[in-house]
Design a protein around this ligand. Structure first.
Ligand SMILES: Nc1ncnc2c1ncn2[C@@H]1O[C@H](COP(=O)(O)OP(=O)(O)OP(=O)(O)O)[C@@H](O)[C@H]1O
Ligand SMILES: [Mg+2]
Length: 449
């Protein structure tokens, strides 16, 4: 049913008349009220789907009316109009659930656009069925996927849970390696044992060894007391070595020794320590290629790859897209307090078409972005389009943007922001060295926003 009824509540008769004439001409039925009380009774009687509501009314405050209207069973889209220019009222209105907020003097085009948009969203909402709620939304560790490739991943995870083996997780950025490592931990007998994360790309080379293996008091300047390393902290649990390819060769050797003998020494120590922790290593590059280039120790690679799980890229499992989208809607609704339970026709096709370089992480971020700006129950194709096109078309907006440096700057900035400013990962994705990336960040004066 298209939107035909509209209610205008304002104490200025000129505004009531202007809007009445304008929207009647467009074929709508317009109700007008010059006080809050009259407005509410018309609202209850006529049930308009769109309301234009002034904030300062002779008898009531428009914000109170807004509050009671959004709590109705069949809520209307309410467009606030006001002469107030202050930030607070706008924020309160939007927080309370206003659809839009327009300042006086009224620009009729702006009002028309807001009403059209509200009407369109109402129509899409009416013809889009609600999703079923998923039970796994409560579990942040749920790994979503029903494709052949993901079913294979689940099978492998099941196997490692029953065998005390080290595991290598291979997959592009954002494919769920850390999530998988945590899920392995939760499904193993030792789930009460620790799960320790060590990001090999985040620690400077000089202290990696002591971080990992611990150090004895006095072993180097500043080593005031004996400190446990991550291996010790992991106890009988799991040590998750993220970005294992970034481990310096020397430390790779020491790690190999530990994997072979289950024994190691702290930095500056001679005493042999034992540990039963299990290593789950993650890598978003092909480790075998790094071995060929001499950047990764072959013996360590052979040790680790015994049990490898390959996480497929999102593009290799597009059939999982609907399940992932529903999962993220549930999860993000919960986090943001939004109520998006419908997906407009066409959204899924648009998502399938995108080149997901950041895989599931990029998909999740896209949905967060769409929900932050959403004022209804439907995930809209326009919103998704806007977000995905923005990613793609940024480098060529305007003439100056055709310069190579500009394109490079934009590309680096986008890559960094998609990876939460993880520079080592960005450098790898961009296929430049970390020092080169650092100098470009400086040159282009880039900052995390
Ligand atoms: N199959 C999945 N189901 C649900 N959420 C997923 C799935 N895969 C990834 N995610 C989500 O995507 C985000 C990125 O996942 P994760 O951090 O595990 O990626 P990663 O492979 O470790 O990436 P990187 O190499 O960049 O570190 C997380 O928020 C994670 O919860
Ligand atoms: Mg990771």
């Amino acid at each position: 049913m298209p939107v035909t009824k509209i209610l205008v509540i304002d104490d200025e008769s000129s505004i009531l008349e202007t809007l009445r004439m304008f929207f009647e001409e467009k074929g709508m039925t317009v109700f007008t009220a010059d006080t809050g009380t009259k407005g509410i009774s018309l609202f209850e009687k006529e049930r308009p789907r769109v309301v234009i509501l002034d904030i300062r009314l002779p008898d009531t405050n428009g914000l109170d009316i807004l509050k009671s209207m959004v709590q109705q069973d069949m809520p209307a889209k309410i467009i606030m109009i006001t002469a107030f220019q202050d930030m607070e009222t706008t924020i309160v209105a939007m927080k309370t659930g206003a659809f839009d907020y327009i300042h006086k003097p009224l620009d009729i085009d702006q009002v028309e656009q807001a009403v059209d948009r509200a009407a369109r969203i109402i129509e899409i909402d009416e013809k889009t069925p609600s999703l079923q709620t998923f039970t796994d939304a409560a579990n942040p560790l749920a790994i979503i996927g029903r494709s052949e490739k993901m079913r294979h991943v689940f099978k492998m995870m099941g196997l490692v849970c029953t065998r005390q083996v080290n595991v290598l997780l291979q997959g592009d950025t954002g494919t769920g390696k850390e999530l998988t490592a945590r899920a392995i931990h939760m499904n193993c007998a030792g789930k009460e044992e620790p799960f320790i994360v060590f990001d090999c790309s985040a620690v400077v080379d000089t202290i990696i060894e002591s971080e990992l293996f611990g150090h004895e008091k006095g072993s180097f300047t500043g080593a005031d007391h004996t400190t446990k390393g991550k291996i010790e902290l992991a106890g009988n649990g799991i040590l998750f070595l993220d970005e294992i390819s970034q481990l310096p060769l020397k430390i790779q050797g020491k790690l190999l020794g530990f994997l072979q003998r289950k024994e190691y020494t702290r930095v500056g120590g001679t005493h042999l320590l034992k540990s039963n922790c299990r290593i789950v290593a993650a890598c978003n590059q092909d480790l075998s290629k790094l071995v060929d280039k001499g950047l990764f120790k072959q013996d360590l690679y052979y040790r680790l790859k015994v049990f490898t799980i390959f996480l497929p890229s999102l593009e290799e499992r597009l059939s999982d897209m609907p399940f992932l989208v529903e999962h993220f809607l549930n999860k993000i609704n919960r986090e943001l307090g939004t109520t998006v339970i419908k997906i407009q026709d066409g959204v899924m096709e648009r998502l399938r078409r995108h080149r997901w370089k950041g895989n599931v992480r990029e998909l999740e971020n896209t949905i967060v972005q769409a929900l932050v700006g959403c004022r209804g129950n439907v995930l809209l194709k326009d919103d998704i389009d806007r977000i995905l096109n923005q990613h793609r078309s940024e480098p060529v907006a305007g003439l100056e943007s055709f310069s190579l440096a500009h394109v490079e700057k934009k590309h680096i900035a986008r890559t960094l922001s998609q990876l939460d400013w993880n520079k080592s990962r960005a450098a790898r994705l961009l296929q430049i060295t970390l020092p080169t990336l650092r100098s470009k960040i400086k040159k282009y004066n880039l900052h995390p926003n």
